[in-house]
Design a protein. Structure first.
Length: 204
């Protein structure tokens, strides 16, 4: 009777080892969670529906003015666009709170200690800014009808830069509708573009 106990113990041990080996071989493998699944899927509005922005953020957006009063701003083409030196035309003003930001049109939105309230071209229909760090023009439509405000902004910027409509489409730019005039969020976060450029959004 006692001689059977070691044999039974050895037999049970062999069965346990066989079960463990079989489980190791045939058990389903669980892979580690994919890192890409945790990445943000946030997207940003394109500058337009065509062309690729080849400008590298952080590089100087404007060359020094030439003897003819010209400067170069980045574009969505490989080469930049030659424009009038709008930074020193006596109308554009710097945003002293945000270095590198300039207001071509509209009020900066604050007054200085000396009581002056800096503003570019005085208008209630749009605000146009330019960033020397990104090379981007930001245009906010601040009156209705939006289509009229956009047309006026287009004519203003064309005249200040002295460029064609084709060149205007190749600028790095965004045209926004002021949120305060868009309570239904119809144009929220949408670059409506210039009216004459491919992919422009029709406005009322």
């Amino acid at each position: 009777m006692n001689s059977r106990i070691p044999l039974l113990t050895l037999g049970l041990a062999a069965v346990v080892v066989c079960v463990l080996v079989a489980w190791k071989i045939f058990a389903p493998r669980v892979s580690a969670p994919s890192q890409t699944a945790q990445q943000s899927t946030a997207t940003y509005p394109p500058l337009s529906n065509t062309n690729t922005n080849t400008y590298t953020p952080g590089q100087s957006s404007a060359t020094s003015a030439t003897s003819t009063g010209e400067m170069t701003v980045p574009s969505r083409q490989a080469a930049g666009i030659k424009v009038k030196n709008f930074l020193k035309n006596g109308e554009t003003v710097p945003d002293v709170v945000n270095p590198g930001q300039y207001y071509l049109a509209g009020s900066i939105g604050y007054c200085l200690a000396n009581g002056s309230c800096p503003s570019g071209y005085k208008t209630n229909d749009f605000v146009i800014t330019f960033s020397t760090s990104t090379g981007v023009f930001n245009i906010t439509l601040t009156s209705q009808p939006f289509t009229s405000a956009r047309n006026e902004a287009e004519q203003f910027l064309e005249s200040r830069l002295n460029i064609s409509e084709v060149a205007m489409c190749n600028l790095l730019y965004y045209v926004w509708v002021a949120p305060s005039l868009d309570p239904a969020y119809t144009y929220d976060g949408i670059n409506v573009g210039w009216s004459f450029c491919p992919g422009a959004v029709a406005l009322p």
